[in-house]
Design a protein around this ligand. Structure first.
Ligand code: DLZ
Ligand code: SF4
Length: 508
């Protein structure tokens, strides 16, 4: 029985379960559709990446003698459902639909309706590109009061055998070296850029298409230089391992003026759409450590992000959706200021994080968490507007990864499912981890006066504003003690200054 096998834009992996299960009569469908390309205003680079990578992937499938339907954006299909309907009509011999489960709850609902809509059997296969499936995760989560990543991560280390000695103990003598991942950047720190790729003919055609049809989406279509095939993505990752990984270990959390990538691999962009394989990446990094090319803090720090944090985040998403998306523990509802979309702000740290984002559809995790995310938390920005922003502007963002990271980790809107306390920080933290404050109109040492750093002012106001909800949190006791040690007049001055800054939020 021939089936239609649907391959989504973030499923571009030769080892995809739906590809492995395919028979020679089956027909593959890849479709560039309006709904997926605009359910948020995706950054132009994200759309170029996916459309070009989809076209390259379809080409490989064809070269391997598979039958492929490829629907281009200009053909005008509104949704994946419309694309499936068209394909089934064109090929009435198809008697079923098969695909690997998708990455978003929204789309899962749509796909689940196909069985009834088309009156055909629908076969949804597990996405075993991930190491931990939903059953494994819910078994781990069952009965736990708190879902701490660290314990999940240790289980994943044991499960994968990565960085373990022959007694199943962690190499280097401890499970987690994150304290050795947070060196402050010295003044002469030189970044090592990730590998860039010149657009080929296929990408050039997509760049034109995106410039024409997505003119009002963030970013420019001009400076696209990402990998669009598995081969290129592997080259980029090999470059990371040999040239960047050593320094990445020390400076994971560092930020340097006008250095958007520093030592970051940016390979989440490729991994999350399927161009890279997580097991292959981890093995490469483990081998680099075993061959003494990188230190343990680098190898462990990287592998932790992949088999720990990434898998854990996905587990939380599927465990708690759809309710998770509606959470807003701190009642954050203030509109997102315009500079999130244009980067024009006097706050140098925000200007840097946002302009890197708008130029490259990328910023690294500490810019996302401690700059744009921290600011949104402190200012009480609307949770849905903030999460939609992250989903739109980052080339590696799909809801399964974006939502828990933003709503949970950055905004604490889930009341501590992910983080044991809000990641709220004043300017002092940003000053320690970057050289931004040296290039800023605001004074990072000030909490009053015309040039007071907004992060300082809003930090104290955030504590005061949310004391009822956060005052009982054991990990917030020191922060509240510091707040209560202030004179009432000083507290009032800080709150007045914060009220002033919040009124003129757009002008900060
Ligand atoms: C993100 C995205 C975009 C921009 N465009 C498409 C598309 O045209 N066709 C497609 O199959 N997938 C696209 N995607 C990825 C899907 O939105 C993705 O599969 C879901 O977000 C689930 O992770
Ligand atoms: Fe950001 Fe404040 Fe530093 Fe300016 S002084 S860069 S606003 S933390």
């Amino acid at each position: 029985m021939a089936r239609l096998i649907v391959i989504l834009g973030d499923q571009l992996s030769p080892a995809l379960s739906a590809l492995r299960e395919a028979d020679k009569d089956d027909i593959f469908l890849l479709a560039e559709v309006k709904q997926e390309a605009s359910y948020v205003k995706h950054h132009k680079h994200k759309i170029i990446l996916l459309f070009s990578a989809m076209r390259h992937f379809a080409e490989v499938l064809r070269q391997q003698d598979n039958k492929v339907i490829y629907l281009k954006y200009q053909q005008g299909f509104s949704s994946l459902t419309a694309a499936v309907k068209h394909s089934l009509k064109q090929h009435p011999q198809l008697k079923g639909i098969m695909l690997t489960e998708c990455g978003e709850y929204r789309l899962k609902q749509e796909i689940a309706s196909w069985q009834q809509t088309f009156q055909l059997p629908l076969d949804m296969l597990e996405d075993d590109r991930f190491l931990c499936n939903a059953t494994m995760f819910s078994k781990w989560a069952d009965g736990r009061k708190q879902l701490r990543m660290e314990y999940f991560y240790r289980e994943m280390r044991r499960y994968t055998g990565l960085l373990l000695d022959n007694k199943k103990q962690p190499l280097g003598g401890q499970w987690n070296f994150d304290k050795a991942n947070r060196k402050a950047p010295p003044a002469d720190l030189k970044a090592v850029a990730p590998l860039q790729f010149k657009p080929d003919e296929i990408t050039a055609e997509v760049i034109e298409l995106v410039a024409e049809h997505f003119a009002d989406h963030p970013g420019s279509a001009d400076n696209f230089c990402y990998a669009v095939t598995g081969k290129q993505a592997r080259q980029a990752f090999n470059h990371f391992v040999s040239e960047q990984l050593g320094k990445f270990g020390d400076y994971q959390d560092a930020m340097v003026l006008d250095q958007p990538f520093l030592f970051h691999s940016i390979c989440s962009i490729y991994l999350n759409c399927g161009l890279l394989d997580v097991r292959w990446m981890c093995q490469k990094v483990e081998a680099a450590y075993k061959q003494q090319k990188v230190a343990i803090n680098a190898a462990e720090g990287f592998i932790r992000q992949l088999i720990g944090w990434r898998e854990y985040i996905r587990g939380v998403y599927w465990l708690l959706m759809p309710d998770y998306k509606t959470r807003n523990f701190l009642n954050a509802e203030r509109p997102l200021p315009g500079y999130y979309w244009h980067g024009d702000t006097k706050m140098r740290c925000m200007q840097q994080a946002i302009s890197h984002t708008l130029t490259h559809a990328y910023s690294h995790h500490i810019q996302r968490l401690m700059i744009t995310g921290n600011f949104a938390l402190l200012a009480g920005l609307d949770v849905t507007e903030v999460t939609d922003w992250y989903l739109a502007v980052y080339a590696d963002a799909y809801e399964w990864v974006e939502l828990p990271n933003t709503l949970g980790m950055a905004l604490y809107a889930d009341d501590g499912v992910l983080a044991s306390k809000p990641y709220a920080a004043s300017g002092a933290y940003i000053n320690r981890m970057s050289n931004y404050c040296q290039h800023c109109q605001y004074k990072v040492k000030d909490s009053s006066g015309d040039d007071a750093c907004p992060f300082n002012v809003l930090y104290w106001d955030f504590l005061a504003r949310n004391e009822q909800k956060l005052g009982g949190n054991a990990r917030m006791q020191l922060a509240y003690k510091n707040w209560h040690n202030k004179e009432p007049a000083q507290q009032q001055a800080l709150r007045d200054k914060a009220a002033d800054y919040l009124i003129k939020l757009e002008q900060l």
